[in-house]
Every structure is written in C-alpha cells, then in structure tokens.
Design a protein around this ligand. Sequence first.
Ligand SMILES: [Cu+2]
Length: 611
Amino acid sequence: MSRGDVGPGTVDAGYPKNISGWGWGAFGQNGIDAALYSGSKCYFFAGDQYIRVSRGDVGPGTVDAGYPKNISGWVWGAFGQNGIDAALYSGSKCYFFAGDQYIRVSRGDLGPGTVDAGYPKNISEWGWGSFGQNVPTVRTRRNIFSLESENPGDPWHPVILAYARAVAVLRQRSVADVNDPTGWIYQAQVHGVSPDPGDGFRNKCQHFGWFFLPWHRMYIYQFESIVKSVVAGLPDVDDVTKANWALPYWDYTKGEDSRRLPVTFRSTTLPNGDPNPLFDASRSVLVNNGAAVTELIDTDYRTALRPLTFTGATAFGGAQTGENHRFEDPNAAGGPLEMSPHGTVHTQVGGNMAAFETAALDPIFWLHHANIDRIWDVWRRLGNGRGNPTLNLWLNAIRFGFHDASGAEVRMTVDATLDSATQLGYVYEDLTGPVGPLGAEQMRPEPENPPQLVGATEEPVQLTGETADVSFELTPPAGPLEARPPARVYLRLEDITYDVRPGVTYAVYLNTPDDSDETPDDHYVGTASMFGVPRRADASADHPGMRLVFDITDLYERLREAGRWSDTATVRLVPIYLEEREGAGPHGAEVPGTEQEAGTVNIGQVGVYFQ
Ligand SMILES: [Cu+2]
C-alpha cells in the first residue's frame, strides 16, 4: 500500500498476497489479529502469541530470535490473554484493544513497556457514541469452586442456582417430548444411546482419537447455548446472571479438596427445600458424601500435558482416526488426557457418569468436560512447540451435526472452534498450568518405523478388584531396533472388555521391586481408567475391546540406568477404591448413592513395544 496522507492511498501492484509468503513458519498462517509499528521494530499478533520483527522498509523484515512468544509474557494481567483485536502506535504511547476494553502503554522500544495507571478502560468511555461498542460479548466460564466460595456460607451462587433451574426445565422438555433435541434426554443421547438411532445426531461421541477434544468442545458449546437461552427466560434469575451465564467447570487439578464433587452437586435439596436437579443418586455413595477422586489424577494430569505434539502414538490429543472409528490403525489409541484424568473421573464418580450412554444425564458431566476443554487450552499455552494439527482431515473434513438453542440443525467443523474467544464467545477464568514440575517432555520425534512387540502375556488377564501381577519375557528386537536403543517404549493393554462393569480404576506399575507389596511412585506408569470399555458380549471386529497405550520411555531409561531393566517385565495392576470421608455429607447425614462395584475386566494382552 502506498500511503495517501488522508485518503485511501493506492494498492500496490501484485497485492493481495498470502501472509505465508513472509516465511514466518506456522505463525500467522490463519491470519493476524493486529500489527504495530514501533520504531525499528514491528509487532504482529495472532491468537495468544506475537512476533517481533526487525523492519525492512518494503519487505517482510526478519523475525527476531526467540519468537513467537506468548502475549501473557507481557504481564498485562487478564487483559489480552486470549489475543488482542488491534494495536496503535501513537508517539510515546501505544494502545492495545481487546473486546470492549483497551490499555494505554508507555513505550519501551524493545520490551513490553508499562501499562499506564487506571487501565484497562472501556472503549465506550471515548464518547464515540455507538461506534466500536458492538464487539461480541465474551463470557467467562468460571471455576465452580470460586463460584461456591464467592459468598461465604452460601455455596449457591446465582450462576449455579440458574443452572439447577435450567436442568429442571430441560428435563421437563424431555417429559413433554423425548425427541425434543433441546431436551435433557436427547442431549445425553447425542453422546451415547443404545441401540444407535443412526440419525446423524445421536450416539456420536468421538472417543479414543484426535476428534475427542474438538467434538466435545462443540457438544458442550451447543449445550451451553441451550442452557443460556433457558436461563434468559427464567423469571427468578437476575439480569446480571442472565447476561453472564456460562457453563462452570470442575477443576479437580488443584489439590485434595478440588477432587471432591462440588457441594452444590452433592446436596439433595436446593436452598428452598426443593429437590436439587444437580444431585444424581446413581453416583458412588462415597463421591456423593464428599470422598475425593484418587490423587493419582494429579500425576496423570502432568503426564497428559507432557507431549509436545497433538497427534500420534501417546500424543496429547490422541491418534488420527476417522469419524466414529476407533482402532482401525493397529497402533491407535486415545491420548493420555482422555484416559486420565478424563476417564478416571467418569469411572470414579460412577453411576450414570461411568458409561457413554448415560454419562451426560449427570449434570456434573458438563462441568467435567468444560474442564477437559480448558486443559486443552492449558496445554497449548505451555508452548515449546505445542499446537493443534493443521491437517485438513482434522480441520475441515467432517461437519459434525448438533442442534442449537432453537432446535435447528447446525453443522460444525473443527476449524470453527479452535479460538474459543473469537469463534465461540467464551474464555476460562484460569488457564494456569500445574504447580510444580511437569516432568520430562517427550522431545524426540516419533520414529518412522512402527512400534515393535518385544514381549507380551500369552494368556488373557482377568481383573476382579484385586491386585494382579503379570510377568512376561522380553526378547531383543530384530530389524532397525537391533542397532539402536529404542527412541520410544510403550506398555500396551489390548482388547479390554468387561463382563461386569467396573467401578474401580487400576493403577499400573512396572517392575516393582521383588518380594514387595509396595508400589513405588517411580514405577508408576499411569491409570487404566476403564471408561468406554465395551461389554465382552458386545465387542466385535467393528467395535473391539479398548486399547490403552502408555509411553514408558522415561521409566524404561531410568530403570535401565539403575540396572533394573531385565529380560522379564512385571506389570502390577492395583485397584483404586475411593476412601470414605466421614460425616462429610452436605447435611451431616449420609447422602444416597450406589456402592462401588469392582466388576470383572478382561485384558486380552499386556505387552511392551519398542519403537
Ligand atoms: Cu467424557
């Protein structure tokens, strides 16, 4: 563009061009949000990242070393955490705009400068009339525990109470017409229902692969929009709550108390004595009385955040699959987050939550999945190359069907959901990662050669709620792995089915010391959560038993260095029972629920793979 001082100027010949021609790598490929001239440097903003460029007057310039960086590194507080909309150079000051707010910054030539006192302010204060006011509202999904503790002594924050009222309305819709797509039962059937009605909308939950995260993001987004519209019509809800209502999330990654079901979901009654629509008597009686979900999910959460890639064997988001396909690739499996904490919370809450077909009948389901959705954003913000797939097969190939708040059919692609603030209108109250070390990141790329079995059990293993030890011989691999140590080592549990649905998860350990009942932390592999395991009688070639794949490279290398890796592998599976919490019911008396069943689980094979 050649500038005119006050007019539109002239578009230079050969433009528009693609931003990708600037050689910025992945940054800015889907467009930039804002650009800023700042003396010898220019800044470009895209999503929650930015780059600094040493200016060329007419060319692309050079991206400075160490960029892209996260906008959050500028320490602007909450402002701009999900990206900015515009930036303006104005002499000694710069202005940044995000949503309906802006900040004024005293410039530093290279660094972030200093936010002037009194900012952020609202754009509406500039006296521009209605101009610039019409930014889409972004709602904040809040932590259920910060809502419950906002008014000391009264956990029933208006947002929670409004949710309870809306759940009752949605259940009523299903009573009036079980096929109302905006009713409670239909919404749960979107996740799972048996037999499959084959209507393109129900029994659609995407599990054990790379559509798990985006499909559930779409699903809870449409559900949230239905609840929002119900809340907007409730006579006893205040206007502030109506304007701001967003689905809360259950963040169970913040210590023991966070692993207890929120008290407003354990109470059998509302403050006025009516039955509480958020209570579900099918849950584990221990969970309904305040028992904490196993602390192993703290470790599993860290493990889940460690992969740097989204797609691949044991990558963050799971293996590449087609729609509704599960294990068509012999090495495919769900990602570690899907297995645990996700699956562990499903199984341990129990009752409806423990099965695909009933999980979304429990009102806590939606808060659980809002948290899983949030953890996806937490993972991306950990940086170090973490990012979403760019394959069209993931982004655009499938248009998933849902119903919106009016009951109209809508189709959504993954690509239309990746920036929740600008595309879906919500952000999360908190996106900080885990406190303390994450553990070793998987820095080595996955080798080209497929994983190779080096040892496995010969007989199926049955689990009935007691600790089981299985051992098998390992034989040195042939082929490319003869010449080099494995870049990746996996423990795989294959063809898992149940005869009696298990209410317990199993902690998996490798090569625990001989003659010891102990299960040292440094031999812990992960959790076999059992959510989504099919009944043995229903398993078929199309829907085989579940496969669990654990990346044990780190553990393998530690054991080998300590001289404790031998030609025999011993795998210990320890059932995890909830621990009773006495007198912890919301009313000091026992709240109803169901007993935790050990169940009967069959594992076709336990094996170790090198790659
Ligand atoms: Cu789930």
